[in-house]
Design a protein around this ligand. Structure first.
Ligand code: ADP
Length: 268
C-alpha cells in the first residue's frame, strides 16, 4: 500500500512556525480533511507535500521515496503524481475548457510540444472522459473565464485527473463557492476517492464539511496537529478542548457563507 509519510516536518517563515514538527502517515485511498483557523498552517502543509515550497526541517516520503530530496525529472514526476487544486481554480480564462483540462497533460510533454500545445487523440479522449465525470461536457468549448466558480473548480478537478495522479491535494477548494456549487465539488472529490481509490487530502475551513465528507480529520493550530482521527471522534466537546471555549464558533466562522450544509450545530 502506498503511504505518504511526513516526519518531523517544519516550515518557518522568519519567527513564524507555519508548520511545526508534524508527523503523519496517510494510507492510499484515505479521504483526509485538514481543518483549522486561518493561519493554522494548512496551506503550508499541502505546499510542502507537493514541493511548491521547501521545508525548514523534516521530510515527506511516498512509497518509501524521500520526496524532499527529489530533483529535476523525479521532482516533475512527483508533481504529476500529486495533483493540486486551489481555491482560485487557476485556469487560463481565455482558453476553452477542454484546452484547460489538456494543460494537465503538458508536464508529460517535451518542451517543443508543450509550447505548441499539441495533444494526441488519446489525450483528448482522456480530457473528454474527465469532463464527462464532472458533468462538464456541455461546456467543453466554452472559454473558462465565462464559467461560474463551481464550474471552474470542476474543470480544475478534470485537469488534475488527466495527470493520472496518485494523490489529490485540494487547498480550500470550496472557500469561494456558494453552497450548491460547494456540494457539487465535494461530491466530485468523494466520487474520485471512492471510484479511483485516489488519496484525497483537502484543506477545509468548516468543520461541518469535514465531518460530512472525510473519513479522517486532522485539526491544526499554530502549525501543529491538535487532533488526528476518525471524523466521529472529533466531537464538539473535543473541538472546544482544542480551540478553547470560542473554538467551535471560530472554526465554523465561515459556516453561514460557505458551509454546504445548513445543519444545526450538534450540542456537545
Ligand atoms: P492556513 O492555510 O491554515 O490559513 P498558512 O499555511 O497559509 O495557513 O499560513 C500559516 C502561517 O504561515 C501564517 O502565519 C502565515 O502568515 C504564514 N505564512 C504562510 N506563507 C508565508 C510566506 N510565504 N511568507 C511569510 N509567512 C507566511
Amino acid at each position: 500500500m502506498s503511504t505518504l509519510k511526513i516526519a518531523g516536518l517544519s516550515k518557518h517563515f522568519g519567527s513564524t512556525k507555519a508548520v511545526d514538527e508534524i508527523n503523519l502517515e496517510i494510507d492510499s485511498g484515505e479521504f483526509v480533511g485538514v481543518i483549522g483557523r486561518s493561519g493554522a498552517g494548512k496551506s503550508t502543509l499541502l505546499r510542502l507535500i507537493n514541493r511548491l515550497i521547501e521545508p525548514t526541517a523534516g521530510s515527506v516520503s511516498f512509497d518509501d521515496v524521500n520526496i524532499t530530496e527529489l530533483r529535476s525529472k523525479e521532482l516533475r514526476q512527483w508533481r504529476r503524481n500529486c495533483a493540486m487544486i486551489f481555491q482560485q481554480f487557476n485556469l487560463v480564462d481565455r482558453l476553452d475548457v477542454i484546452t484547460n483540462v489538456l494543460v494537465g497533460r503538458i508536464s508529460e510533454h517535451g518542451i517543443l510540444s508543450s509550447t505548441t500545445m499539441r495533444f494526441s487523440d488519446e489525450e483528448r479522449t482522456m480530457a473528454v472522459k474527465a469532463l464527462d465525470r464532472l458533468d462538464m461536457i456541455p461546456f467543453a468549448l466554452q472559454r473558462a473565464g465565462t464559467l461560474s466558480g463551481g464550474q471552474q473548480q470542476r474543470v480544475a478537478i478534470a485537469r488534475a485527473l488527466v495527470q493520472n495522479p496518485r494523490i489529490m491535494l485540494a487547498d480550500e477548494p470550496i472557500a469561494s463557492l456558494d453552497p450548491g456549487n460547494a456540494t457539487r465539488v465535494m461530491d466530485a472529490l468523494r466520487t474520485i476517492n471512492e471510484e479511483d481509490k485516489l488519496t484525497v487530502l483537502v484543506n477545509l475551513h468548516t468543520l461541518d464539511t469535514a465531518r460530512e465528507y472525510c473519513s479522517r480529520i486532522i485539526a491544526m493550530r499554530q502549525g501543529q496537529v491538535m487532533f488526528d482521527g476518525p471524523a466521529q471522534q472529533l466531537t464538539d466537546a473535543v473541538v472546544r478542548e482544542i480551540y478553547g471555549a470560542d473554538g467551535l464558533e471560530e472554526i465554523n466562522e465561515a459556516v453561514t457563507s460557505t458551509s454546504i450544509q445548513n445543519r444545526p450545530q450538534v450540542a456537545a
